[in-house]
Design a protein around this ligand. Sequence first.
Ligand code: AMP
Ligand code: TRP
Length: 333
Amino acid sequence: MDKNKLVFSGVQPTGNLHLGNYLGALKNFVALQDQTKCIYCVVDLHAITVFQDPKDLKNNILETTAGFLATGLDNKKSIIFNQSAVSGHAELAWIFNCVARVGWLNRMTQFKEKAGKEKEKASVGLYIYPNLMAADILLYKATHVPVGADQKQHLELCRDIAQKFNNDFKKNIFPIPEPLIQKNISRVMSLRDGTKKMSKSDESDYSRIDLKDTADDIIKKIKKAKSDTSSIPDNLKDLEKKPEALNLINIYSDLSEMSLEQVLNEVRGKDYSYLKNKLSEVLIEVICPVGKKIKNLLEDKSYLEKVLREGTEKARNLAVHNIKEVRNAVGFI
Ligand code: AMP
Ligand code: TRP
């Protein structure tokens, strides 16, 4: 256990967890909990930056919690809780709204993508969302943040906020946190379009593998996944020109714990149907047991609520101490 390292990460309760969440984030969360102290948060305050039906939100908070446990997080080892239950997140986010600069937020590509052409109609919360994310991390003085590649820019903003706060108030209160981004597969792409990331918000179910998918769902989705008409290239350079094929091979490589070279040795020159059969097999082996566990856990909602309540208590104890220090530095009475 590394005593100087504290890990924090969050997942939005906005729908089913998918393979991108698993390979880009959750798998790493699980590996880290045996090495150091970890805090994993269901970020419900982030979710409402886009309107959520209250009933769906409640279910999704529990379902994301179930997803955490089903992929292997252990609430005895890691702190698992939901963000809105610890008021320090919102409090510190406000202070950071006054530290971060408008110009910094204007550079955030995720806001541009999510708000699209309707920027004027996006919620103010969606715009300042990265400040809340910085507050999540720094409220606990976390030093390491496992995320998918799409969150890298938000992490950079968090580092800038920590640095500016420390400079402005001439106190070394916050660490400068490091992103932990998976090397092999930091961005799982849509099964329908290899240039877009796999996402909960994609309208097409066929674009992603959900952790709750059945074996039949997986077989159907992988069969339908976009690939290529010619056979599988025999080298990485040619493969890189075919984003959909590269994505399938990347997923297969990660799940089967084989290097890209090893996979290419196995599949080069073969038809995509060969790769798709192999990929479906390994997906069924890895994902279906997780989906079954999620469904089982969801049968006992009071247990999931208890896990969150106990985690909240622990998170609150850490947050209260740090928020006091921040309030004092800012000059609040
Ligand atoms: P979200 O569901 O947007 O809250 O994301 C939760 C975590 O999953 C974050 O660390 C994301 O970076 C990661 N993630 C989401 N989608 C993908 C993807 N397609 N590939 C890799 N990581 C992802
Ligand atoms: N913004 C992240 C996402 O959409 C979720 C998130 C919120 C997060 N707060 C965080 C991730 C703090 C890491 C650390 O995926």
